[in-house]
Design a protein around this ligand. Structure first.
Ligand SMILES: Cc1cc2nc3c(=O)[nH]c(=O)nc-3n(C[C@H](O)[C@H](O)[C@H](O)COP(=O)(O)OP(=O)(O)OC[C@H]3O[C@@H](n4cnc5c(N)ncnc54)[C@H](O)[C@@H]3O)c2cc1C
Length: 323
């Protein structure tokens, strides 16, 4: 079953991010991929989209959608779906990032199109079945929309971006933003750029090294291991609440959900609310002084020991092997 797929890229920068390439790869599992970019794309991005087999790139005409919250984006996407459907055959699937904005856009677009929406998608099959992570990552269910068009939001690191078998033309096609969509839209009036840490974004990182109350406030060994592995730093709520790290590093039920290839948990007991945010990691390594700690129940590799002794040894060995 080949479906025309519309991949939504929100706020693309100067070049495609890994999560954006992953969306394109996931889309190609199902059929030919077009892109709806919410802002104009650079020549470099256009070239990258062509390399990824994209034939058409829809861009908004008449408004900069990045200046608004998601309402106008959803309205514009429904125009893209309607216009493109008459031009190149109907879209069967719209694919978005599983970010807060991605999920809200999916919901609004779902209402406009009368489409089934599946969020937290972690895998997809060529016949249109998706795998969805539920109950804070404890279970994976298979789902399928019965509507003519399905909208899915894909979790980061669920697929590995691979090269397209054939290049596309990535022809840019402007589509007007409906004026009615802008009339009552919430406009963004200011932005403050967060100082960059130089590390990858936590929710997208392939490696996360997280520290908890066991660090006693010293995140030095956590940061050094994260840097040796090129990973992001995460934290338990106890560590964030103590003010040792900022709250946007908190992993768990009330923090971020991460799904990296490797999650190193150090000085974290493994409470259910912490597990909720990280148990879908491919490989979990736990370092904890208490052999009875619940984190060892879900760890693939466990080290019973003092993190201030274990982590620096791991960091030194990684650096030595990398020369
Ligand atoms: C509604 C609700 C939502 C919540 N949301 C979240 C959430 O999003 N994320 C989250 O993390 N928690 C969340 N929590 C809190 C959660 O229940 C735990 O309290 C919290 O995760 C504990 O953090 P911790 O593991 O760092 O601390 P602790 O449970 O105190 O564990 C510290 C661990 O460090 C080990 N340790 C101590 N010293 C060392 C050392 N030198 N070397 C190695 N190991 C050492 C100890 O053996 C212990 O296992 C939530 C709770 C509630 C009620």
């Amino acid at each position: 079953m080949a479906e025309n797929v519309l991949v939504v890229l929100d706020g693309v920068g100067d070049s495609l991010k890994k999560s954006e390439r992953d969306l394109l790869t996931a889309g190609r599992v199902l059929g030919p991929v077009s892109v709806a970019a919410t802002a104009p794309v650079t020549d470099e991005v256009r070239a990258q989209l062509a390399e990824n087999g994209v034939e058409t790139v829809y861009v908004p005409e008449g408004a900069d959608l990045s200046g608004y919250l998601v309402g106008p984006t959803a309205a514009w996407l429904s125009e893209v779906v309607a216009t493109a459907s008459s031009a190149s055959g109907p879209f069967g699937v719209v694919l978005l990032e599983n970010s807060a904005d991605g999920k809200e856009t999916a919901a609004r677009l779902g209402v406009r199109l009368g489409a089934g929406v599946v969020t937290d998608v972690v895998g997809l099959e060529a016949d249109g079945t998706v795998h969805k992570s539920v109950l804070a990552g404890s279970y994976e269910v298979r789902a399928r929309a019965t509507s003519e068009i399905a909208i899915w939001t894909l979790k980061a690191n669920s697929v590995d971006g691979t090269a397209a078998s054939a290049a596309g033309t990535a022809a840019v096609t402007p589509i007007a933003v409906p004026e009615s969509a802008l009339a009552h839209a919430a406009r963004i009036t200011g932005r403050t750029v967060k100082p960059a840490s130089g590390r990858p974004e936590l929710s997208e990182a392939r490696v996360v090294v997280a520290g908890g109350r066991g660090t006693d406030g010293d995140f030095g060994p956590i940061e050094e291991l994260a840097d040796a592995l090129g990973g992001a730093v995460g934290a338990s709520r106890a560590a964030a609440d103590a003010g040792w790290v900022s709250h946007d590093l908190q992993v768990g039920q009330t923090g971020k959900t991460v799904s990296p290839q490797l999650y190193v948990s150090a000085g974290i007991s493994g409470a259910i609310q912490q597990k909720a945010g990280m148990q879908t990691a491919k490989v979990i390594v736990a370092v904890n002084a208490d052999p009875e700690s619940p984190i060892f129940e879900i760890a693939d590799f466990g080290v019973v020991g003092n993190l201030f002794e274990v982590l620096p040894q791991a960091t030194a060995e990684i650096k030595r092997r990398r020369g």
